[in-house]
Design a protein around this ligand. Structure first.
Ligand SMILES: Cc1cc2nc3c(=O)[nH]c(=O)nc-3n(C[C@H](O)[C@H](O)[C@H](O)COP(=O)(O)O)c2cc1C
Length: 228
């Protein structure tokens, strides 16, 4: 029997952004079970600001279709997810991500058309059977968005512990008007991000990016510990 810490670590370490899924369906009861774990995520003053729409079957297909149409029309303003002056270290990591991502697909970085086509794969939920759209009341500020982040990560780890794969996706934000219309989002509710969920194709090149992480010394400063 694996120890609890080993099991939790394994779920965290084996989670990765999966972008090619098998058609294997995910039962509603399993998604509900995962959400039941995710709701244990902490939030500032227990405000639990997250909302999620879980789509499968025909609604998932129809939303995908509407999003892919919007993507093909390319009429909505691009949504910026990073500031112009992205810190140098983040910029370097972003560039490395792009290099690995497009190399795995054999897409030339200068081929903007192929890159745009690939971005469109987001809206097919990378063929995952389940698509999720996370929303929040737009009056809430950055700490509540932090709560949503914790909810998302808890959900992804709970999914991984059950053999499922996920990909969190900010690319949906550009098409918020389409999503708003499709999901009948109430006034004042805004899209945080989307997510694909299902069983990943282990052999797909895009699922083998193995994005690197900085070692602990690169981001942590320890002080006051015995023996220093
Ligand atoms: C908030 C957020 C938004 C993301 N948006 C997208 C996206 O729109 N499309 C995509 O393919 N991956 C997206 N990703 C996945 C990241 O590219 C991925 O997590 C990162 O490169 C690290 O790789 P790993 O998750 O496989 O370890 C997003 C991740 C996060 C946390």
């Amino acid at each position: 029997m694996m120890k609890a810490d080993t099991m939790v670590d394994e779920a965290i370490r084996s989670r990765k952004a999966v972008r090619a899924f098998l058609p294997t369906p995910v039962p509603k009861a399993l998604v509900a079970e995962i959400l039941d774990v995710a709701r244990c995520a902490p939030s500032n003053s227990n405000t639990q600001p997250w909302r999620v729409h879980v789509l499968e079957g025909e609604p998932r297909r129809q939303l995908s279709e509407a999003l892919m149409r919007s993507h093909a029309q390319d009429a909505l303003p691009p949504s910026r997810h990073f500031p112009e002056d992205l810190p140098t270290a983040c910029k370097a990591r972003q560039a490395e991500f792009g290099a690995r991502y497009y190399a795995a697909l054999d897409i030339d970085r200068a081929d903007t058309e192929a890159r745009y086509r690939q971005t469109g794969r987001n809206f097919a939920f990378f063929d995952a059977p389940v698509g999720l759209i996370f929303t929040i009341d737009e009056r809430l500020t950055r700490h509540s968005w932090l709560d949503c982040g914790m909810f998302l990560q808890t959900l992804m780890i709970a999914a991984r512990a059950r053999g499922l794969d996920t990909c969190p996706q900010v690319s949906f934000v550009r098409h918020e008007p389409v999503i708003r219309d499709f999901l009948h989002l109430p006034e004042g509710e805004t899209v945080v991000c989307g997510m694909s969920m299902g069983y990943g194709q282990p052999e797909a090149a895009l699922n083998r990016l193995a994005m690197p992480r900085e070692p602990v010394e690169a981001f942590a400063v320890f002080s006051g510990f015995a023996g220093e």
